[in-house]
Design a protein around this ligand. Sequence first.
Ligand SMILES: C[S@@+](CC[C@H](N)C(=O)[O-])C[C@H]1O[C@@H](n2cnc3c(N)ncnc32)[C@H](O)[C@@H]1O
Length: 279
Amino acid sequence: MNNADQVEYWNGPAGQKWVDQSNRLDAMLAPFADKVIAAASLKPGESVMDIGCGAGALTLRAAAKIGAAHGALGVDVSAPLVELARSRAAEAKLAARFELADASAFTAPDPADIIISRFGVMFFEDPAAAFANIRQSVKPGGRLAFICWQGLSGNDWALAPLKAAMPFLKEAPAPADPTAPGPFAFQDKDRVAGILSDAGWKNVAIEPAEQAIVLPGDDTESTAKFMMQLGPLSRLLAAQGIDEALVEAALISLMQDHKTPNGRIAMKSACWMVSADNI
Ligand SMILES: C[S@@+](CC[C@H](N)C(=O)[O-])C[C@H]1O[C@@H](n2cnc3c(N)ncnc32)[C@H](O)[C@@H]1O
């Protein structure tokens, strides 16, 4: 399996952006860690492996729940994010270890009781092969619990910057392959169910999870700046020679309808909460 493009992406400017914005991203994504932790029903003494752990926020949450007996293991391909995760674990004095590895090829030395992930499993070139390999790292009778995004149309936080940019684009971006590795690759619930059963997982359950995302930034301007940096938008604008300031102004105006009483911006999101067993 060749995940080279994703490995390069998460070790380049995108990975660095996640490192630089890690505290803000973790605050924004905290409700989704809550959902995974709740679905995982972790018990003290269990062992956990977190796939595509990034800077380790979910791994550390899990480590705090299970205690030090076996600890939590985070796996990620991004060197800068793994480095940050390791330093966070040391600072928090939590029993969490981090492995710089491609989860589609890595096997844990000691199989875990449960595999978890927050938005870290949608980037495999061959997802069925990757999930079959991941299953080798969980004990017989072990379980899987992860959260992934539904499609763009249910995720206003991701759609809004694109909507703001649309009138300024000189040419429409080529329609994306909805199954290509990326944040929305698992939008089709039936496809996800098929991938997991092809990979040998049983009792696959996929539930919708809708949640308002409170975006980082104390005012609309700083929120818009943050959102312009998420995803491939700034690259698209640069490629077409479009002034980012114009799009940012359009985004600020579009966000006025999404203000909370305390002046923050909250937008709709839609995810799938996925669970399965290894029996
Ligand atoms: C959207 S980020 C989520 C990070 C983290 N789970 C969080 O919620 O903060 C996706 C993560 O998946 C990682 N990733 C992508 N492909 C991977 C692979 N083949 N094996 C392991 N990690 C991978 C990326 O490096 C990145 O850290």
